[in-house]
Design a protein around this ligand. Structure first.
Ligand SMILES: CCCCCCCCCC/C=C\CCCCC/C=C/C(=O)SCCNC(=O)CCNC(=O)[C@H](O)C(C)(C)COP(=O)(O)OP(=O)(O)OC[C@H]1O[C@@H](n2cnc3c(N)ncnc32)[C@H](O)[C@@H]1OP(=O)(O)O
Ligand SMILES: Cc1cc2nc3c(=O)[nH]c(=O)nc-3n(C[C@H](O)[C@H](O)[C@H](O)COP(=O)(O)OP(=O)(O)OC[C@H]3O[C@@H](n4cnc5c(N)ncnc54)[C@H](O)[C@@H]3O)c2cc1C
Length: 633
């Protein structure tokens, strides 16, 4: 083991295993995750790591082992495929959940165990604006069929993942917005089961190469009436339409995956922090004091300033992901029982946190890559691949700006309810105080009150202020004679800013609540430090907001920076131990820089030598192209 990394692991001030257990949701979950990883994957003789041929093996093994819990499926898949996406991701996170939530019992029993599918909602002309989708589904009572049709070029279904002839049906959204299971293909290499279907691949993408995103054009294709997913809405044999309790129930799958993406952003950021911080512990470069040995780059304050707030953010997002999934499960259970009262809040929370966490993680991955210098740019680091696979999450499952505006819609509605004298509950209850806000007591002193509860209060006040400013912008636009829609559009910068601040407050609050639950003193202490770092770093980034909210004075601004530097120094001794607690296996991380043993250079040389370009002493291209050219010169 590299001596630097060995030294970093001595004198731990907290129990790493206990922290890993907290991240997993308990010791039993940690044991189960490791059992899946060590026994069912790494020690499986059939396991040929991450090659496409292993996809069928993976599916059959999941069934052989009886792994059906979605999180355990993901644990298994992520060991098989490492940090990359794989072709079946959409099947597990969108196609199956749609069947689970939108099929009636007969359909569920008929389809769920048997098929692999995709989710074809987006069209060439519309991805965000679902009410603008053009594909039609026209019921023909004479034949008890729907006639599915793509009337325009912009109505061609565009992007469905896993849309190749290998795959079976797809969930199809069409006008009127209902989800019809559209059985297009038999399994295997069969051609379309009926004419009128034009499919293909949409071509090379920025990344996401393991997933073949396709296109699908339908020309009056007929599917049985029974293929409409009929849990919430039905078309009866006589053609009468039974409306769902809410038209938004059809959007349920998107809320589910957005909820998952929140925790996934934390996982991806934790992977990158593991790579960058382990590498920064073994990389020596330049000098701090003349004549002394080159220091570990992790001892540069700037390197700590790049990485430690991201480390704190990774923990924050992992805890936010746990809260999000628990909230999703609770509210979707109520919805299943016909209680839709909290559906708007679930939508607002999942939409906002999905945007907030993916935007932040997306930027953070690049900071981690660049903090590793040239070696971060090498594919051996895994950081370029992680970035390329993660960055579309800011677009898919709800483009982030649009998602933030959905959350803003809920915040404005809540604000208006407070103005009308209503008492709010839930995540926006802080708006009840928006008109009675008193200056925070600490604003009169020059020292920052570092109590975590006080910091949460400051973020709450900041969010409330920005919600009010956005509402006032809309009111001012209306007062200038603008219609409601134009008043909204002319305030969308403020609205996104308000949603961002609301999500920032929510994430810090969840982090504080999780820290409060930690009983082990050592773990509590190091997590409390990270939560403080997360809060103070945010105050440094948005100082103007806190000044404008009146909870920070000009005299206190230097304290923010001073406090930040102190927290960076406090985290330094535990940095490697904190990424060890994420428990990412080398095989899954697949990064030369992020190896647990820290033996980066030897591994990098081996990795380079294994390149196909080095298979021969002289590359064949010399003989094929250069040598003939030289002969003519
Ligand atoms: C299972 C494994 C577990 C382990 C973890 C796994 C990790 C996985 C992590 C992810 C990795 C890989 C992911 C797989 C790859 C993904 C591939 C991508 C797939 C896709 O992109 S699928 C397509 C996604 N498309 C979208 O998201 C479309 C976005 N657009 C919309 O949602 C809507 O058009 C809209 C919300 C923007 C607007 O809708 P609209 O009907 O016009 O409504 P509005 O007029 O704006 O508002 C009207 C009211 O409706 C309310 N509303 C809107 N949406 C919802 C909702 N979903 N739920 C509840 N309520 C909703 C809105 O609030 C308004 O209410 P109000 O009138 O204000 O009261
Ligand atoms: C890798 C990847 C995989 C995908 N997989 C699938 C899949 O399996 N199935 C599927 O159905 N779809 C899939 N999609 C499509 C994806 O869901 C859409 O791309 C996404 O919903 C965004 O819609 P759009 O492309 O129409 O972007 P647009 O909405 O056209 O966005 C373009 C710009 O317009 C802005 N904009 C749009 N509306 C508003 C508004 N109301 N207010 C302010 N600004 C606005 C956006 O902020 C953005 O800046 C995938 C996409 C990617 C990148």
């Amino acid at each position: 083991m590299n001596p630097d990394i060995l030294r970093e692991r001595q004198n731990a001030t907290f129990d790493i295993e206990k922290l890993t257990n907290i991240l997993d949701g308990g010791a039993e979950r940690t044991n189960r995750r490791r059992e899946i990883r060590e026994v069912l994957v790494l020690n499986d003789p059939d396991f040929d790591y991450g090659t496409p041929t292993s996809l069928p093996t993976m599916i059959l093994k999941l069934r052989e082992y009886g792994i059906s819990d979605p999180v355990e499926i993901n644990w298994y898949k992520s060991m098989y495929w490492g940090t990359g996406r794989e072709a079946l991701g959409l099947h597990y996170v969108m196609f199956l959940p749609t069947l689970y939530t939108q099929c009636d019992s007969e359909q569920f029993n008929k389809w769920v165990p048997l098929i692999i599918g995709t989710y074809a909602q987006t069209e060439m002309g519309h991805g965000t604006h679902l009410r603008g989708l053009e594909t039609t589904a026209t019921f023909d009572p004479a034949t008890q069929e729907f006639v599915m049709h793509s009337p325009t070029v912009t109505s061609i279904k565009w992007w469905p993942g896993g849309r190749n002839p290998l795959f079976l049906p797809l969930i199809f959204l069409s006008i009127p917005l209902s989800a019809s299971l559209f059985d297009l293909f038999l399994s295997g290499f069969a051609l379309p089961t009926c004419s009128g279907i034009v499919i293909g691949d949409i071509g090379p993408k920025f990344g996401f190469d393991a997933v073949d995103n396709g296109y699908l054009k339908l020309e009056h294709v007929r599917i049985p009436r029974e293929n409409m997913l009929m849990k919430y809405a039905q078309v009866k044999p006589d053609g009468s339409y039974v409306k769902p309790l809410s038209s938004k129930l059809t959007y349920g799958t998107m809320v589910f995956i957005r909820s998952l993406i929140v925790g996934n952003a934390g996982i991806v950021l934790s992977q990158c922090c593991t790579i960058a911080i382990r590498y920064s512990a073994v990389r020596h470069q330049s000098e701090i004091r003349a004549g002394e040995a080159e220091p570990q780059i992790l001892d540069y304050q700037t390197q700590q300033h790049k990485l430690f707030p991201l480390l704190a953010t990774a923990y924050a997002f992992l805890f936010a992901g746990q809260y999000m999934i628990d909230t999703y499960n609770r509210i979707s259970g109520d919805i299943n029982q016909g209680d839709l009262s909290e559906m708007p809040e679930l939508h607002a929370l999942s939409a906002g946190l999905k945007a907030f966490t993916t935007w932040t993680a997306n930027t953070g991955i690049e900071v981690c890559r660049m903090s590793c210098g040239g070696h971060g740019y090498s594919r051996s680091s895994a950081l370029p691949d992680i970035y390329v696979e993660f960055t579309p999450s800011c677009t898919y499952e709800g483009e982030n700006t649009v998602m933030m505006l959905q959350t803003a819609r809920f915040l404005m509605k809540s604000y208006r309810q407070v103005q009308a004298g209503q008492q709010l509950s839930g995540a926006v209850s802080y708006l009840n105080k928006v008109h009675h806000r008193v200056m925070a007591p600490q604003a009169v002193s020059s020292q920052l009150d570092l109590n975590l509860n006080t910091l949460v209060d400051l973020y709450e006040i900041r969010a409330a202020m920005l919600v009010e400013l956005a509402a006032q912008s809309i009111q001012q636009e209306s007062a200038r004679g603008k219609c409601q829609e134009d008043s909204w559009n002319n305030s969308t910068i403020d609205l996104v800013r308000a949603s961002d601040a609301h999500c920032h407050y929510m994430v810090l609050k969840m982090f504080r609540d999780k820290v409060d639950q930690i009983e082990d003193p050592g773990v509590h202490s190091v997590m409390s430090t990270l939560a403080h770092l997360y809060a103070i770093h945010g105050m440094g980034n948005f100082t103007g907001d806190f000044l404008q909210a009146g909870v920070l004075t000009g005299a206190q601004v230097p304290s923010v920076s001073k406090c930040l530097k102190g927290l960076l120094a406090e985290v330094r001794p535990s940095a490697v131990l904190l990424v060890d607690a994420f428990d990412h296996h080398d095989k899954m991380l697949n990064s030369v820089l992020g190896r647990h043993d820290g033996n980066v250079y030897e591994a990098m040389f081996e990795w380079a030598r294994s390149s196909p370009l080095n298979r021969t002493e002289v590359h064949e291209s010399f003989h094929k192209h250069l040598k003939p050219l030289q002969a003519k010169l």
